[in-house]
Design a protein. Structure first.
Length: 621
């Protein structure tokens, strides 16, 4: 039955009530294997596990001349791919555990081995690579099934291809070899709304047949998908795919492992790797591989441009930044997402609001250990309210830039669709991708459109709004399990927001963004005239005093219009004078009045919730 020389890779010999030890890749004589390691199945019940295992070890030790190393050990899966430690461990145990028990022991103890594993996760997270790495480590034989290899135009041929794959894997298992079937993109082969019922039915039959002998080592079936809800539900019950494993987006530590793996052959600064790992929120394994490839290409091009030997290339931060500009996280494709270029310096005034946003958004990211040590739960939602044009949206973008996290932006108009349920689906997808990205900000502009009070109207649009609100409430409650996702919303109609959103746990903080005061207007004018050459007669403070009730947006518009007036006067003009400012100021009228500001202030007094003030001394302590 066996060839004259048999190679056993990472052979496990398990003494009774002891831990396994391994014989790494040895060549053993046929006569020895036939009796001691692979006795006929009918003799197994009569052999005591202790004598079998110990005698095998003693015999090997007594015959050193007949043992010859043939190869190095198989690499552990953790050395081949980074991250997903729990998924690797679960899959490894499922493949190897049945071979650690003798059939008589499994039968006596009533052990039933699991035979099916479903891996699910976003595209590019490394599901296929994970299976290959674990199977290689375990020395198992891998049979791959994909839609391309199964589907056929001829009637009955698709099912026959499926049967042949299972038959081949079963024959390997019958010869005492670990065998794994990997079904890639099972949602395509066996979708929930299945137009190919015969394939799904055939797969269920084959898996049930494989389960019939589940007290003995057999074939392990592993399937992968990035749309777990699109699979035929009958396949997800116990007895078929017993275990479901989510292959997650890597965290910072796992990203560092992956970056080290893909750059191990080129010199690089470990501090640069740590910085890139920390800043690549939402990048999956495939994205990080592409990022490393582009960074290495940049380093090689730089070496060639400077006439240096390519073999002396090394990665610098410039190479990483070049690669970052080309490679974006794949999980955010199809949705508007950015890390805004707006900074705190681009916003004049509003120092108090900036400080509160910094504490709520930046502190949990910069000082996570301090929050964990004191048992503080970071803020999950912040509502910015105030008159139109007072920089609420700009504040949200600057906060995302300062925290260096992805910024998912949505407006009410994007969520209202002529198709029923499409807005709710988009809302759920935004939250799903934000959770996958890890630390991120979801920003709702015109939040009163999405989160308006229920029951105010009986129109069709009101019904859509209520469905959107229910979805938003559900998703915000689901953020309790997500780490680092913050919901920011802005509105100039705070009294129209549904009360269910205004409680702590959803919008933990309600911040009033007021129109700029005198000092704020001076700062805003300075920000928007910093690229202009001002005449000696221009007094920005006096101009700020003359523009009471002007919002930040109106002051920005004033500065832009001043430049246009100067060009109308002289197309070659390089300097802007006070007369240009006066012409524009006299033509503008502020939209705000004292009564409007009082109405916002009244809502602020009854609803604002902010962090208590913490002075610098206490913060440093």
């Amino acid at each position: 039955r066996y060839s004259p020389s048999f190679t056993a890779a990472d052979l496990s010999v398990k003494p009774f009530h002891s831990t396994p030890f391994f014989i790494s890749s040895v060549s053993l004589p046929r006569s020895f294997l036939n009796f001691y390691l692979f006795p006929p199945r009918r003799l197994l019940p009569s052999l005591h596990p202790t004598s079998l295992s110990l005698y095998a070890f003693a015999t090997i030790a007594a015959m050193p001349g007949e043992i010859k190393s043939t190869s190095t050990r198989h690499r552990r899966a953790e050395e081949v791919i980074g991250g997903n430690t729990e998924a690797i461990k679960t899959l490894r145990d499922l493949i190897t555990f049945p071979w650690r028990l003798l059939p008589c022991d499994a039968k006596r103890l009533g052990v039933k081995f699991g035979r099916g594993v479903l891996l699910h996760g976003s595209p590019g997270t490394g599901k296929t690579s994970l299976v290959r790495a674990v199977v290689e480590e375990c020395g198992a034989i891998l049979t791959i099934i994909s839609p391309n290899t199964v589907h056929s135009a001829h009637v009955g041929e698709s099912e026959r291809n499926l049967r042949e794959a299972f038959s081949e894997a079963s024959s390997h298992a019958a010869l005492g070899k670990s065998s794994v079937i990997f079904i890639d993109e099972i949602d395509v082969l066996c979708p929930r709304q299945d137009s190919r019922r015969l394939i799904a039915s055939q797969l269920r039959f084959l898996m049930d047949s494989n389960k019939a002998t589940s007290s003995t080592p057999g074939v392990v079936v592993v399937a992968s998908t990035n749309r777990v809800d699109a699979i035929d539900p009958a396949l997800r019950r116990n007895g078929r795919f017993d275990v479901e494993i989510e292959v997650t987006v890597p965290n910072e530590k796992e990203r560092l492992q992956i970056l080290e793996l893909y750059t191990k052959k080129i010199p690089r600064d470990s501090r640069d790797l740590e910085f890139i790992a920390a800043s690549c929120n939402g990048y999956v394994g495939a994205d990080l591989e592409a990022l490393c490839r582009k960074a290495i290409e940049s380093a090689i091009k730089r070496s060639k441009n400077t006439n240096k030997d390519v073999n002396d290339s090394s990665l610098t931060m410039k190479d990483w930044k070049s690669a970052r500009s080309l490679v974006q996280p794949s999980i955010t494709r199809g949705i508007t997402v950015e890390v805004p270029k707006v900074t705190w310096k681009d916003i004049g005034g509003l120092k108090d609001v900036k400080t509160k946003l910094e504490k709520a958004i930046e502190w949990p990211i910069k000082y996570p250990d301090a929050f964990s040590r004191l048992g503080i739960t970071p803020v999950r939602g912040i509502l910015l309210h105030g008159p139109p044009g007072c920089s609420k949206t700009t504040l949200a973008k600057a906060a995302a830039n300062a925290a260096n996290v992805p910024f998912f932006s949505l407006s009410g108009a994007e969520l209202f669709s002529m198709y029923v349920g499409e807005g709710e689906s988009l809302l759920r997808e935004i939250f799903r991708k934000a959770r996958l990205a890890g630390k991120s900000i979801i920003f709702f502009d015109e939040a009163d459109v999405v989160a308006g009070k229920r029951g105010d109207s009986s129109s069709g649009s009101a019904a859509v709004g209520e469905r959107l609100l229910s979805t938003l409430l559900t998703e915000m409650d689901g953020l309790e399990e997500a780490k680092g996702v913050l919901v920011l919303a802005a509105t100039n109609r705070p009294y129209a927001i549904d009360a269910a959103l205004m409680r702590p746990g959803r919008f933990d903080q309600i911040l009033y963004v007021p129109p700029p005061d005198l000092e704020g207007r001076v700062e805003i004018l300075n920000v928007h005239t910093r690229r202009m050459q001002l005449g000696s007669d221009v007094d920005l403070r006096r101009l700020a005093e003359d523009t009471e009730f002007f919002t930040g947006a109106e002051l920005e518009g004033l500065c832009k219009e001043v430049g246009i007036v100067a060009l109308r006067e002289n197309m070659d003009a390089t300097v802007v004078f006070d007369r240009h400012f006066q012409i524009v100021k006299n033509s503008l009228k502020p939209a705000l009045t004292a009564d409007v500001i009082d109405s916002y202030s009244s809502f602020r007094r009854t609803s604002s919730r902010v962090l208590p003030k913490i002075d610098q001394e206490h913060r440093d302590g």
